[in-house]
Design a protein around this ligand. Structure first.
Ligand code: T4K
Length: 403
């Protein structure tokens, strides 16, 4: 692909990093800029909530969201919660997980904090170099007495090696839980994420493909577990003034459910739009030396909410220099998730930091570009040209930044 002559930035000197020229994008482009469905539908739902004066505690919109998400995923039970962090904690509690949990170090810190906050001890595993999800061989190496569960993360919406992990979990009688925060709409061998393991937990945070402002969904095909999750979400109440078990407040409110329902209805448009943006990025960036467009999984489909570049040492432009140049142009690319959780406090301060070469390499190399509704096809093309400019002058860019 040749350089776009329409791009106002044609050389390094015109980059905002090195001059007073305004950034290429007046409005910043974010990784995680919220998608918003039909405004009229949302406002009508919010107005109904006000008329009903039923604001939270298992309201009608929460119930509707649960049944529509269960249908969308094709799973028996879906319980809405206030956020995925609480969803993960409830999942661990109802499965009676106590002690050590195998977890990938390459994930959002919230995955691990959720466990530690309720007294569980993360045991960090490495991830697969090409897939970025839990490495089953490292899981096997780290099985030890006192281990209580395995938690996989469908990072970037890419399904984990579910079958292999399930076999390991069964062999060692361990519950398998999935953090599916990124994966609503993703599928594996034609089956939507949400069925796998004992329990899966999705995030409906503002930055996710379908958002409920804040929110989460806990899914399972097990009737008893679903019932326990429902109880735990609302202090263990089984009736008026009647408590049956330990619980917490993890309820979703009606405004969040209104937002999530409105966005769920727009999922096909969100995904189609992400596909267009991915295609533009992929076509424009696939031929760059040392830069790999992380491909879609072989046996599955993601919701395409994350677009990930893997920038190797051979690339003329380093990941961090490209990041700096993009930020100066208001392209707020991200370096998720660095450092690996094992190198972040408080975990790095407890004992020896484990040797996790793939996690360390990925956290030094990956870069996510903005996707979602905020992106026009033209803005995606301009981001491509900007990356290409930085790549073609990578050494000079590095020298200028160093000097
Ligand atoms: N497991 C995994 C694997 C996760 O990734 C997450 C959350 C969880 C568990 C926990 O789920 P929840 O308990 O939150 O349901 C963001 C999100 O805050 C976090 O929820 C998310 N993962 C993570 C991947 O991304 P940060 O620290 O990057 O957030 P922040 O504030 O930098 O926002 C990202 C970008 O989005 C910014 O550039 C600004 C933009 N933005 C953000 C918000 C909230 C907007 O434009 N509008 C907004 O309203 O963590």
């Amino acid at each position: 692909m040749s350089t776009n002559l329409n791009l106002p930035k044609q050389d390094l000197a015109s980059l905002s990093l090195f001059s007073n020229t305004p950034p290429l994008f007046e409005n910043p482009l974010h990784v995680g800029r919220p998608n918003i469905g039909k405004r009229d539908a949302l406002l009508a739902r919010l107005s109904d909530v006000l008329d009903r004066r039923w604001l939270t505690n298992d309201g009608p919109l929460v119930r509707e969201l649960e049944s529509r998400c269960a249908e969308f995923i094709g799973v028996k039970h879906c319980v809405a919660v206030a956020n995925a962090t609480l969803g993960l904690q409830i999942a661990a509690r109802v499965l009676e997980v106590k002690g050590k949990v195998l977890v990938p170090a390459f994930t959002f810190i919230g995955t691990v904090h959720a466990l530690s906050w309720i007294g569980l001890e993360p045991v960090f595993c490495d991830v697969l170099a090409g897939e970025h999800t839990l490495d089953p061989e490292d899981v096997l190496r780290k099985i030890e007495p006192g281990l209580a569960a395995i938690l996989g993360v469908h990072l970037w919406g890419r399904p984990c090696r579910v079958e292999t992990l399930q076999k390991i979990a069964d062999t060692h009688s361990l519950p398998l839980i999935f953090d599916a925060a990124h994966a609503l709409g993703s599928s594996l061998n034609g089956k939507r994420v949400g069925h796998f393991g004992r329990v899966e937990v999705f995030s409906l945070h503002a930055t996710k493909i379908i958002n409920g402002l804040e929110g989460g969904l806990v899914t399972t095909n097990d009737d008893l577990i679903a019932e326990k999750i429902r109880l735990a979400r609302n202090y263990g109440f089984v009736g008026v003034d009647q408590v049956a078990s330990l619980g917490i407040n993890a309820k979703m409110n009606e405004f969040c459910a209104a937002m999530a329902l409105t966005n769920l209805e727009a999922y096909p448009e969100f995904q189609a739009h992400n596909t267009k943006i991915h295609d533009i990025y992929t076509e424009g960036l696939s031929d760059l030396e040392g830069i790999l467009v992380v491909p879609q999984p072989e046996e599955g489909l993601t919701n395409l909410h994350y677009f990930v570049l893997d920038i190797a040492e051979q690339s003329p432009v380093s990941r961090d220099n490209l990041y700096a140049a993009l930020w100066a142009e208001n392209v707020y690319a991200r370096r998720y998730f660095r450092p690996g959780c094992h190198r972040s406090p408080p975990y790095s301060e407890i004992g020896a930091v484990p040797d996790l070469p793939v996690t360390d390499a990925l956290s030094a190399r990956l870069l996510q570009l903005p996707t979602g509704q905020q992106m026009t096809e033209q803005s995606a093309r301009d981001v491509v040209q900007l990356v290409r400019l930085c790549h073609s002058r990578g050494q000079e860019l590095g020298a200028r930044l160093a000097g």
